[in-house]
Write a protein that binds this ligand. Structure first.
Ligand SMILES: C[C@](O)(CO)[C@H](O)COP(=O)(O)OP(=O)(O)OC[C@H]1O[C@@H](n2ccc(N)nc2=O)[C@H](O)[C@@H]1O
Ligand SMILES: Nc1ncnc2c1ncn2[C@@H]1O[C@H](COP(=O)(O)OP(=O)(O)OP(=O)(O)O)[C@@H](O)[C@H]1O
Length: 291
């Protein structure tokens, strides 16, 4: 089987700046990806098969496989090929699920983006960047950014991407209280939809300067998510108590990240947090600086 990583997405900052007529929100988000992620593998098969494994696969095993974003990505790519009369062979796809589901770190979106990349390679079918981006956006607002996979600013509803040259990795701990959060419900619960834009990133070559800048940015979804899931506040306090330089929620939650001075501090904090909260998902990881 040939495999590809599906890195978790972290919204270091997420400003909600407006709302489109169709109800989707306009965002400005500084996004990075981490070494921590799922893994998607593929091999030729007599029939289409979708297999789930991994310690976070249980929730998805109880759902209709046809709704899984990996299967939807496969079917949308195949449907696109059919339009130019290309018949793409059956495949067995395995999703090794390591990221908690519905947790604000874009697991499903990462899997869909990885599946698109992997299947384009496997089938030697290359529909072009524009078509691929359209398929990605049809799968979800976070899928285009996951397809890009580099540090970036996402605008629009998440599809207008500008790469950011972040000159260093960030050592972080991701904490999830194991309470799933519905993204539409959090957007719906917002008290304000027209917030100040994301300030221009500073300190992209200097970690201390960058973290000082980042503290002044926000996640505008955080207050609404905290009202819905009080455990988010507990995660943020726990990260701060464990020595995080700053802690914030990612996406629509409930996962929170804490930034640490180095990998050793992140690892030590993760170990301590696991002792205190054995039922939470807790992982030390590092951001990817480029693909
Ligand atoms: C919160 C973020 O994760 C930040 O990166 C994204 O904005 C959400 O991305 P996603 O989970 O891929 O979202 P989708 O699956 O496309 O949308 C789920 C629902 O969230 C709401 N939604 C999503 C994205 C957006 N910019 N505005 C919205 O209002 C819509 O009600 C939508 O029906
Ligand atoms: N491969 C997949 N992995 C996770 N969830 C999936 C997948 N395919 C479909 N889903 C569905 O998508 C929903 C959202 O899951 P996901 O883990 O992508 O959320 P998230 O981390 O909050 O994403 P985002 O940060 O993009 O909003 C789940 O409740 C699940 O039913």
């Amino acid at each position: 089987m040939t495999g590809i990583d599906a890195p978790a997405k972290i919204n270091l900052a997420l400003h909600v700046t407006g709302r489109r007529a169709d109800g989707f929100h306009l965002i400005e988000s500084l996004v990075v990806f981490t070494e921590l992620g799922d893994r998607v593998s593929v091999e030729t098969s007599g029939d289409d098969v979708f297999r789930l494994e991994g310690q976070e696969s249980q929730v998805l095993a109880g759902e209709d496989a046809g709704n899984n974003l990996v299967v939807r990505a496969r079917d949308m790519l195949r449907a696109d090929a059919m339009r130019s009369a290309r018949d793409l062979s059956p495949v067995q796809i395995c999703l090794d699920k390591r990221l908690p589901v519905a947790s604000g770190i874009g697991g499903g979106s990462a899997d869909a983006a990885a599946a698109l990349k992997l299947l384009c390679q496997h089938w030697d079918y290359h529909p072009g960047a524009e078509t691929l981006s359209r398929i990605a956006l049809d799968l979800g607002a976070d899928v285009p950014m996951c397809l890009d996979g580099r540090p970036l600013i996402a605008r629009g509803i998440g599809e207008a991407l500008t790469p950011v040259e972040l000159g260093f990795p960030l050592d972080m701990v991701i904490v999830n209280p194991r309470v799933g959060v519905s993204t539409p419900k959090v957007f719906h619960a917002l008290e304000c939809r027209e917030n100040p834009p994301l300030p221009k990133p500073q300190g992209l070559g200097d970690r201390e300067h960058f973290i000082a800048w980042l503290r002044q940015a926000r996640n505008d979804l955080q207050p609404a998510a905290q009202r819905m899931v009080p455990e988010i506040s507990q995660c943020l306090s726990a990260l701060e108590t464990a020595g995080a330089r700053m802690a914030r929620m990612s996406g629509s939650g409930a996962s929170c990240f804490g930034l640490f001075a180095d990998a050793a501090e992140a690892l030590a904090a993760a170990q301590k947090l696991k002792q205190d909260q054995p039922d939470w998902f807790i992982a030390a990881t590092k951001t990817l600086t480029a693909t």
